[in-house]
Design a protein around this ligand. Structure first.
Ligand SMILES: *Cc1c(COP(=O)(O)O)cnc(C)c1O
Length: 457
Protein backbone atom coordinates (compact mmCIF):
# COMPACT_ATOMS: atom_id res chain seq x y z
CA UNK A 1 0.00 0.00 0.00
CA UNK A 2 2.75 2.41 0.89
CA UNK A 3 4.63 1.67 -2.35
CA UNK A 4 1.38 2.62 -4.18
CA UNK A 5 1.42 5.88 -2.26
CA UNK A 6 5.00 6.55 -3.38
CA UNK A 7 4.05 5.78 -6.97
CA UNK A 8 1.07 8.16 -6.72
CA UNK A 9 3.48 11.10 -6.30
CA UNK A 10 3.96 13.06 -9.54
CA UNK A 11 7.41 13.44 -11.08
CA UNK A 12 9.32 16.71 -10.75
CA UNK A 13 8.83 17.61 -14.43
CA UNK A 14 5.15 16.89 -14.30
CA UNK A 15 4.63 19.22 -11.33
CA UNK A 16 6.77 21.89 -12.97
CA UNK A 17 4.36 21.94 -15.92
CA UNK A 18 1.42 22.93 -13.70
CA UNK A 19 0.15 26.34 -14.93
CA UNK A 20 0.36 27.98 -11.49
CA UNK A 21 3.96 26.86 -11.05
CA UNK A 22 4.78 27.89 -14.61
CA UNK A 23 3.60 31.37 -13.66
CA UNK A 24 5.95 31.37 -10.69
CA UNK A 25 8.76 30.16 -12.87
CA UNK A 26 8.34 33.20 -15.11
CA UNK A 27 8.57 35.51 -12.09
CA UNK A 28 11.18 33.93 -9.88
CA UNK A 29 13.16 31.65 -12.15
CA UNK A 30 13.22 27.91 -12.77
CA UNK A 31 15.89 27.00 -10.23
CA UNK A 32 13.90 28.24 -7.26
CA UNK A 33 10.73 26.44 -8.41
CA UNK A 34 12.57 23.16 -9.02
CA UNK A 35 14.28 23.36 -5.61
CA UNK A 36 10.91 23.85 -3.97
CA UNK A 37 9.39 20.91 -5.88
CA UNK A 38 12.20 18.58 -4.84
CA UNK A 39 11.97 19.67 -1.22
CA UNK A 40 8.19 19.28 -1.25
CA UNK A 41 8.38 15.80 -2.76
CA UNK A 42 10.99 14.82 -0.15
CA UNK A 43 8.62 16.03 2.57
CA UNK A 44 5.75 14.06 1.00
CA UNK A 45 7.86 10.86 0.89
CA UNK A 46 8.80 11.32 4.54
CA UNK A 47 5.13 11.72 5.42
CA UNK A 48 4.25 8.54 3.51
CA UNK A 49 6.99 6.62 5.33
CA UNK A 50 5.40 7.89 8.56
CA UNK A 51 2.16 6.19 7.49
CA UNK A 52 0.30 9.06 5.87
CA UNK A 53 -1.45 8.89 2.48
CA UNK A 54 0.04 10.52 -0.61
CA UNK A 55 -1.02 14.15 -1.09
CA UNK A 56 -3.24 14.97 -4.07
CA UNK A 57 -1.79 17.07 -6.88
CA UNK A 58 -3.86 20.04 -5.75
CA UNK A 59 -2.51 19.69 -2.20
CA UNK A 60 1.02 19.49 -3.51
CA UNK A 61 0.62 22.61 -5.62
CA UNK A 62 -0.87 24.53 -2.68
CA UNK A 63 1.98 23.47 -0.42
CA UNK A 64 4.50 24.39 -3.12
CA UNK A 65 3.12 27.87 -3.56
CA UNK A 66 3.26 28.34 0.19
CA UNK A 67 6.87 27.07 0.20
CA UNK A 68 7.95 29.37 -2.63
CA UNK A 69 6.27 32.38 -1.01
CA UNK A 70 8.05 31.58 2.24
CA UNK A 71 11.42 31.39 0.47
CA UNK A 72 10.82 34.81 -1.07
CA UNK A 73 9.72 36.51 2.13
CA UNK A 74 12.50 38.54 3.79
CA UNK A 75 13.41 37.13 7.19
CA UNK A 76 14.04 40.64 8.47
CA UNK A 77 10.72 42.41 8.38
CA UNK A 78 9.02 45.45 9.83
CA UNK A 79 7.01 44.68 12.99
CA UNK A 80 4.43 46.72 14.87
CA UNK A 81 5.65 47.40 18.41
CA UNK A 82 2.60 47.53 20.67
CA UNK A 83 4.60 46.48 23.75
CA UNK A 84 5.05 49.94 25.22
CA UNK A 85 8.81 49.33 25.44
CA UNK A 86 10.28 52.30 23.57
CA UNK A 87 13.84 51.03 23.05
CA UNK A 88 13.25 47.35 22.48
CA UNK A 89 16.63 45.77 21.72
CA UNK A 90 15.01 42.70 20.13
CA UNK A 91 12.90 44.94 17.92
CA UNK A 92 15.83 46.97 16.62
CA UNK A 93 15.90 49.82 19.16
CA UNK A 94 15.28 53.34 17.80
CA UNK A 95 13.15 53.90 14.68
CA UNK A 96 14.60 56.77 12.64
CA UNK A 97 13.19 60.24 12.01
CA UNK A 98 11.82 61.24 8.60
CA UNK A 99 14.91 63.40 7.97
CA UNK A 100 17.22 60.51 8.87
CA UNK A 101 15.33 58.27 6.43
CA UNK A 102 15.66 60.86 3.69
CA UNK A 103 19.39 61.15 4.37
CA UNK A 104 19.71 57.35 4.23
CA UNK A 105 17.85 57.25 0.97
CA UNK A 106 20.00 59.95 -0.63
CA UNK A 107 23.24 58.35 0.50
CA UNK A 108 22.16 54.85 -0.48
CA UNK A 109 20.85 55.52 -3.96
CA UNK A 110 23.79 57.65 -5.15
CA UNK A 111 27.50 58.03 -4.75
CA UNK A 112 28.53 60.14 -1.77
CA UNK A 113 31.55 62.23 -0.79
CA UNK A 114 32.29 59.70 1.94
CA UNK A 115 36.06 60.06 1.69
CA UNK A 116 36.31 62.89 -0.82
CA UNK A 117 36.94 66.55 -0.02
CA UNK A 118 34.74 68.53 -2.38
CA UNK A 119 36.70 71.80 -2.02
CA UNK A 120 40.08 70.35 -2.99
CA UNK A 121 39.09 67.30 -4.99
CA UNK A 122 41.45 65.30 -2.79
CA UNK A 123 40.88 62.32 -0.60
CA UNK A 124 38.87 63.25 2.50
CA UNK A 125 38.07 61.46 5.72
CA UNK A 126 34.88 59.55 6.44
CA UNK A 127 35.29 60.55 10.05
CA UNK A 128 34.60 64.23 9.36
CA UNK A 129 30.94 63.80 8.57
CA UNK A 130 29.07 63.39 11.83
CA UNK A 131 31.94 64.24 14.14
CA UNK A 132 31.74 68.02 13.98
CA UNK A 133 28.14 67.84 15.14
CA UNK A 134 28.97 65.35 17.90
CA UNK A 135 31.67 67.72 19.14
CA UNK A 136 29.35 70.71 19.05
CA UNK A 137 26.59 68.90 20.92
CA UNK A 138 28.74 67.30 23.61
CA UNK A 139 31.41 69.97 24.02
CA UNK A 140 34.12 67.42 23.23
CA UNK A 141 37.50 68.24 21.68
CA UNK A 142 37.27 65.26 19.36
CA UNK A 143 34.93 62.45 18.35
CA UNK A 144 35.01 59.11 16.54
CA UNK A 145 32.09 57.04 15.27
CA UNK A 146 32.37 53.25 15.24
CA UNK A 147 29.98 50.36 14.74
CA UNK A 148 28.40 50.28 18.20
CA UNK A 149 29.14 51.18 21.80
CA UNK A 150 30.60 47.73 22.52
CA UNK A 151 33.11 48.40 19.71
CA UNK A 152 33.94 51.84 21.15
CA UNK A 153 34.72 50.35 24.57
CA UNK A 154 36.71 47.48 23.06
CA UNK A 155 38.76 49.86 20.92
CA UNK A 156 39.67 52.10 23.86
CA UNK A 157 40.68 49.18 26.07
CA UNK A 158 42.66 47.57 23.27
CA UNK A 159 44.49 50.77 22.36
CA UNK A 160 45.24 52.03 25.86
CA UNK A 161 45.13 49.06 28.22
CA UNK A 162 46.19 45.85 26.41
CA UNK A 163 48.62 43.95 28.62
CA UNK A 164 47.88 46.29 31.52
CA UNK A 165 45.33 46.62 34.29
CA UNK A 166 41.92 48.26 34.22
CA UNK A 167 40.20 48.99 37.51
CA UNK A 168 36.42 48.76 37.60
CA UNK A 169 33.83 48.70 40.39
CA UNK A 170 32.14 45.35 41.14
CA UNK A 171 28.85 47.24 41.02
CA UNK A 172 29.47 48.03 37.34
CA UNK A 173 30.43 44.61 35.94
CA UNK A 174 27.23 44.63 33.98
CA UNK A 175 25.73 42.60 31.21
CA UNK A 176 23.64 44.57 28.72
CA UNK A 177 21.03 42.87 26.53
CA UNK A 178 22.61 41.41 23.42
CA UNK A 179 25.60 39.96 25.24
CA UNK A 180 27.71 42.98 26.13
CA UNK A 181 29.46 41.77 29.29
CA UNK A 182 32.07 44.07 30.75
CA UNK A 183 34.41 41.25 31.93
CA UNK A 184 34.27 39.60 28.50
CA UNK A 185 35.00 42.81 26.61
CA UNK A 186 37.91 43.47 28.94
CA UNK A 187 39.33 40.02 28.34
CA UNK A 188 38.94 40.35 24.55
CA UNK A 189 40.87 43.63 24.67
CA UNK A 190 43.85 41.94 26.26
CA UNK A 191 43.55 44.03 29.41
CA UNK A 192 43.45 42.56 32.91
CA UNK A 193 40.38 43.39 34.91
CA UNK A 194 40.88 44.44 38.50
CA UNK A 195 37.57 44.40 40.36
CA UNK A 196 37.21 46.60 43.39
CA UNK A 197 34.53 47.29 45.99
CA UNK A 198 31.39 45.24 46.43
CA UNK A 199 28.17 44.82 44.49
CA UNK A 200 26.50 47.68 46.31
CA UNK A 201 29.34 49.87 47.58
CA UNK A 202 32.58 51.04 46.02
CA UNK A 203 34.66 53.92 47.43
CA UNK A 204 37.51 56.07 46.15
CA UNK A 205 39.86 54.23 48.55
CA UNK A 206 39.00 50.92 46.85
CA UNK A 207 40.36 52.30 43.59
CA UNK A 208 43.39 53.87 45.30
CA UNK A 209 44.34 50.60 47.00
CA UNK A 210 44.18 48.72 43.70
CA UNK A 211 46.57 51.03 41.82
CA UNK A 212 49.81 49.41 40.66
CA UNK A 213 52.57 50.54 38.28
CA UNK A 214 50.77 48.45 35.66
CA UNK A 215 47.43 50.25 35.94
CA UNK A 216 46.38 51.82 32.62
CA UNK A 217 42.96 53.24 33.22
CA UNK A 218 39.96 53.58 35.49
CA UNK A 219 36.72 52.47 33.87
CA UNK A 220 33.19 53.51 34.74
CA UNK A 221 30.28 51.63 33.19
CA UNK A 222 26.78 52.96 33.60
CA UNK A 223 24.64 50.15 35.07
CA UNK A 224 22.03 50.97 32.49
CA UNK A 225 19.57 48.10 32.77
CA UNK A 226 19.23 47.47 36.50
CA UNK A 227 19.20 49.47 39.67
CA UNK A 228 20.78 48.77 43.04
CA UNK A 229 18.73 50.39 45.77
CA UNK A 230 19.31 50.75 49.49
CA UNK A 231 22.77 50.88 51.03
CA UNK A 232 24.75 51.89 47.96
CA UNK A 233 27.75 53.99 47.02
CA UNK A 234 29.68 54.58 43.81
CA UNK A 235 32.62 56.81 43.03
CA UNK A 236 31.39 59.94 41.23
CA UNK A 237 32.69 60.77 37.72
CA UNK A 238 34.50 63.81 39.21
CA UNK A 239 36.29 61.77 41.88
CA UNK A 240 37.18 59.09 39.39
CA UNK A 241 38.69 61.57 36.92
CA UNK A 242 40.58 63.39 39.67
CA UNK A 243 42.06 60.16 40.97
CA UNK A 244 43.02 59.00 37.48
CA UNK A 245 44.74 62.26 36.62
CA UNK A 246 46.57 62.42 39.95
CA UNK A 247 48.25 59.16 38.88
CA UNK A 248 48.65 59.99 35.15
CA UNK A 249 45.98 57.44 34.23
CA UNK A 250 43.01 57.67 31.90
CA UNK A 251 39.43 58.00 33.13
CA UNK A 252 37.04 56.29 30.72
CA UNK A 253 33.26 56.48 31.08
CA UNK A 254 30.82 54.24 29.21
CA UNK A 255 27.57 56.14 29.74
CA UNK A 256 25.49 53.66 27.73
CA UNK A 257 22.41 55.23 26.30
CA UNK A 258 23.76 58.55 25.10
CA UNK A 259 20.96 60.81 26.27
CA UNK A 260 21.73 64.30 24.98
CA UNK A 261 18.54 65.69 26.51
CA UNK A 262 17.73 65.86 30.21
CA UNK A 263 15.47 62.86 30.92
CA UNK A 264 14.40 64.45 34.23
CA UNK A 265 12.50 67.09 32.24
CA UNK A 266 10.25 64.25 31.00
CA UNK A 267 9.35 62.83 34.39
CA UNK A 268 12.11 60.21 34.26
CA UNK A 269 15.13 59.60 36.44
CA UNK A 270 18.22 61.50 35.34
CA UNK A 271 20.31 59.54 32.84
CA UNK A 272 24.01 60.40 32.64
CA UNK A 273 24.76 62.61 29.63
CA UNK A 274 28.06 62.56 27.71
CA UNK A 275 28.30 66.35 28.22
CA UNK A 276 28.19 65.99 32.01
CA UNK A 277 30.67 63.16 31.95
CA UNK A 278 33.17 65.22 29.94
CA UNK A 279 32.67 68.20 32.24
CA UNK A 280 33.38 65.90 35.18
CA UNK A 281 36.79 65.28 33.65
CA UNK A 282 36.51 61.94 31.83
CA UNK A 283 39.18 61.60 29.13
CA UNK A 284 37.03 59.41 26.90
CA UNK A 285 33.28 58.86 26.97
CA UNK A 286 31.35 56.30 24.90
CA UNK A 287 27.66 55.81 24.12
CA UNK A 288 25.26 54.17 21.65
CA UNK A 289 23.67 55.85 18.63
CA UNK A 290 20.44 53.85 18.70
CA UNK A 291 19.31 54.17 22.32
CA UNK A 292 18.14 57.51 23.72
CA UNK A 293 20.01 59.37 20.99
CA UNK A 294 17.35 57.98 18.66
CA UNK A 295 19.58 57.36 15.65
CA UNK A 296 21.10 54.40 13.79
CA UNK A 297 23.21 51.70 15.41
CA UNK A 298 26.58 53.29 16.13
CA UNK A 299 29.14 53.71 18.88
CA UNK A 300 30.06 57.30 19.59
CA UNK A 301 33.32 58.05 21.30
CA UNK A 302 34.18 61.56 22.49
CA UNK A 303 37.05 63.08 24.44
CA UNK A 304 40.60 64.38 24.30
CA UNK A 305 41.98 65.20 20.87
CA UNK A 306 45.33 63.46 21.39
CA UNK A 307 43.65 60.25 22.50
CA UNK A 308 41.07 60.24 19.70
CA UNK A 309 43.82 60.89 17.14
CA UNK A 310 45.64 57.81 18.39
CA UNK A 311 42.43 55.78 18.22
CA UNK A 312 41.81 56.85 14.63
CA UNK A 313 45.19 55.41 13.66
CA UNK A 314 44.67 52.12 15.49
CA UNK A 315 44.31 49.13 13.10
CA UNK A 316 41.22 47.89 14.93
CA UNK A 317 39.40 51.12 14.02
CA UNK A 318 39.37 50.02 10.38
CA UNK A 319 37.55 46.82 11.35
CA UNK A 320 34.97 48.70 13.40
CA UNK A 321 34.22 51.45 10.92
CA UNK A 322 30.74 52.53 9.92
CA UNK A 323 29.36 52.89 6.42
CA UNK A 324 27.95 55.94 4.63
CA UNK A 325 24.38 54.95 5.56
CA UNK A 326 25.10 55.07 9.28
CA UNK A 327 26.90 58.39 8.96
CA UNK A 328 24.09 59.90 6.89
CA UNK A 329 21.37 58.82 9.34
CA UNK A 330 23.42 59.82 12.37
CA UNK A 331 24.16 63.27 10.95
CA UNK A 332 20.48 63.91 10.23
CA UNK A 333 19.54 62.74 13.74
CA UNK A 334 22.13 64.97 15.39
CA UNK A 335 20.90 67.97 13.37
CA UNK A 336 17.56 67.68 15.20
CA UNK A 337 19.42 68.33 18.46
CA UNK A 338 21.32 71.26 16.99
CA UNK A 339 18.07 72.82 15.78
CA UNK A 340 16.40 72.22 19.15
CA UNK A 341 13.69 70.07 17.59
CA UNK A 342 14.69 66.63 18.90
CA UNK A 343 11.56 66.06 21.06
CA UNK A 344 9.31 66.89 18.09
CA UNK A 345 11.22 65.08 15.32
CA UNK A 346 12.96 62.04 16.80
CA UNK A 347 10.57 59.10 17.25
CA UNK A 348 11.92 57.89 20.62
CA UNK A 349 11.59 61.39 22.08
CA UNK A 350 8.14 61.82 20.54
CA UNK A 351 7.18 58.60 22.32
CA UNK A 352 8.74 59.66 25.63
CA UNK A 353 7.02 63.03 25.51
CA UNK A 354 3.61 61.87 24.20
CA UNK A 355 0.91 63.53 26.36
CA UNK A 356 -1.35 61.14 28.27
CA UNK A 357 -4.39 62.78 26.66
CA UNK A 358 -3.13 61.93 23.16
CA UNK A 359 -2.43 58.35 24.20
CA UNK A 360 -5.91 58.12 25.67
CA UNK A 361 -7.51 59.40 22.45
CA UNK A 362 -5.65 56.85 20.36
CA UNK A 363 -6.54 54.05 22.78
CA UNK A 364 -10.22 55.07 22.70
CA UNK A 365 -10.24 54.99 18.89
CA UNK A 366 -8.67 51.51 18.87
CA UNK A 367 -11.14 50.29 21.48
CA UNK A 368 -14.08 51.44 19.34
CA UNK A 369 -12.66 49.72 16.24
CA UNK A 370 -11.99 46.46 18.06
CA UNK A 371 -15.38 46.44 19.79
CA UNK A 372 -16.91 46.75 16.33
CA UNK A 373 -14.87 43.67 15.37
CA UNK A 374 -16.53 41.76 18.22
CA UNK A 375 -13.71 41.96 20.78
CA UNK A 376 -14.05 42.68 24.46
CA UNK A 377 -11.74 45.72 24.45
CA UNK A 378 -11.29 48.19 27.30
CA UNK A 379 -9.04 51.21 27.79
CA UNK A 380 -6.96 50.81 30.93
CA UNK A 381 -4.18 52.56 32.84
CA UNK A 382 -0.82 50.93 32.20
CA UNK A 383 2.90 51.72 32.23
CA UNK A 384 5.25 52.11 29.27
CA UNK A 385 8.99 51.60 29.74
CA UNK A 386 11.98 53.20 28.08
CA UNK A 387 13.93 49.91 27.96
CA UNK A 388 16.90 49.08 25.76
CA UNK A 389 19.54 49.49 28.41
CA UNK A 390 18.45 52.84 29.75
CA UNK A 391 16.52 54.08 32.74
CA UNK A 392 16.01 50.77 34.55
CA UNK A 393 12.78 50.49 36.49
CA UNK A 394 11.57 53.79 35.07
CA UNK A 395 8.08 53.78 33.64
CA UNK A 396 5.74 56.32 32.08
CA UNK A 397 1.99 56.30 32.72
CA UNK A 398 0.06 55.39 29.60
CA UNK A 399 -3.44 54.47 28.41
CA UNK A 400 -3.54 51.09 26.71
CA UNK A 401 -6.20 48.82 25.25
CA UNK A 402 -6.73 45.56 27.10
CA UNK A 403 -8.20 42.76 24.99
CA UNK A 404 -10.05 40.10 26.98
CA UNK A 405 -9.83 36.99 24.84
CA UNK A 406 -10.33 33.29 25.67
CA UNK A 407 -6.65 32.50 25.19
CA UNK A 408 -4.22 35.44 25.44
CA UNK A 409 -1.33 33.13 24.49
CA UNK A 410 -3.04 31.98 21.29
CA UNK A 411 -4.01 35.58 20.52
CA UNK A 412 -0.48 37.02 20.79
CA UNK A 413 0.73 34.09 18.68
CA UNK A 414 -1.81 35.00 15.99
CA UNK A 415 -0.66 38.63 16.19
CA UNK A 416 2.94 37.55 15.68
CA UNK A 417 1.86 35.56 12.59
CA UNK A 418 0.19 38.65 11.11
CA UNK A 419 1.76 40.48 8.19
CA UNK A 420 3.31 42.67 9.44
CA UNK A 421 3.83 40.87 12.75
CA UNK A 422 2.35 42.66 15.76
CA UNK A 423 4.11 42.34 19.11
CA UNK A 424 1.89 42.87 22.16
CA UNK A 425 2.23 41.87 25.78
CA UNK A 426 0.07 39.94 28.20
CA UNK A 427 -0.77 41.58 31.50
CA UNK A 428 -3.37 40.43 34.05
CA UNK A 429 -4.68 37.78 31.62
CA UNK A 430 -5.41 40.38 28.95
CA UNK A 431 -3.56 41.22 25.73
CA UNK A 432 -2.32 44.78 26.10
CA UNK A 433 -1.67 47.19 23.21
CA UNK A 434 0.14 50.42 24.17
CA UNK A 435 -0.29 53.35 21.73
CA UNK A 436 2.94 54.98 22.93
CA UNK A 437 5.20 52.75 20.81
CA UNK A 438 2.92 52.29 17.80
CA UNK A 439 4.20 54.60 15.08
CA UNK A 440 1.52 56.59 13.22
CA UNK A 441 2.28 54.77 9.95
CA UNK A 442 1.84 51.39 11.71
CA UNK A 443 -1.58 52.16 13.13
CA UNK A 444 -3.71 50.83 10.25
CA UNK A 445 -1.74 47.58 10.22
CA UNK A 446 -2.33 47.22 13.95
CA UNK A 447 -6.07 47.91 13.73
CA UNK A 448 -6.53 45.41 10.90
CA UNK A 449 -4.20 42.80 12.36
CA UNK A 450 -5.96 42.70 15.72
CA UNK A 451 -9.38 42.48 14.06
CA UNK A 452 -8.10 39.62 11.87
CA UNK A 453 -6.67 37.77 14.87
CA UNK A 454 -10.06 38.06 16.57
CA UNK A 455 -11.53 35.91 13.79
CA UNK A 456 -8.69 33.41 13.87
CA UNK A 457 -8.66 32.49 17.56
C1 LIG B 1 23.84 49.36 25.72
C2 LIG B 1 25.12 49.48 26.40
C3 LIG B 1 26.29 48.98 25.82
C4 LIG B 1 26.28 48.30 24.49
O1 LIG B 1 26.01 49.22 23.49
P1 LIG B 1 25.80 48.74 21.96
O2 LIG B 1 25.63 50.01 21.21
O3 LIG B 1 24.60 47.86 21.96
O4 LIG B 1 27.03 48.01 21.57
C5 LIG B 1 27.47 49.13 26.50
N1 LIG B 1 27.51 49.74 27.71
C6 LIG B 1 26.41 50.24 28.29
C7 LIG B 1 26.52 50.88 29.64
C8 LIG B 1 25.18 50.13 27.66
O5 LIG B 1 24.08 50.61 28.24
Amino acid sequence: MSSDAFRALPAVDELARHPLLRAYENNVGRALVLDAIRAQLDAARAAIRAGQPAPTSAQLVDALIERIERALRPTLTRVVNATGVILHTNLGRAPLSADALQALDDAAASYANLEYALDTGQRGSRYEHAEELVKKLTGAEAALIVNNNAAAVLLILRAFAAGREVIVSRGQLVEIGGGFRVPDVLRESGATMVEVGTTNRTRRADFENALTPNTALLLRVHPSNFRVVGFTQEVSPEEMAALAHQHQLLAVDDVGSGALLDTAAYGLAPEPTPQASLRAGADLVTFSGDKLLGGPQAGILVGKQTLVTRLKKHPLTRALRVDKLTLAALHATLLHYLKGEAPQKIPVWQMISAPLETLNQRAEAWRAAWRAAGLDARVVDARSTVGGGSLPGETLPTRAVALYVPSPDAFVRALRANEPPIIARIENDAVLCDPRTVLPHDETALLEGVARAAHLV
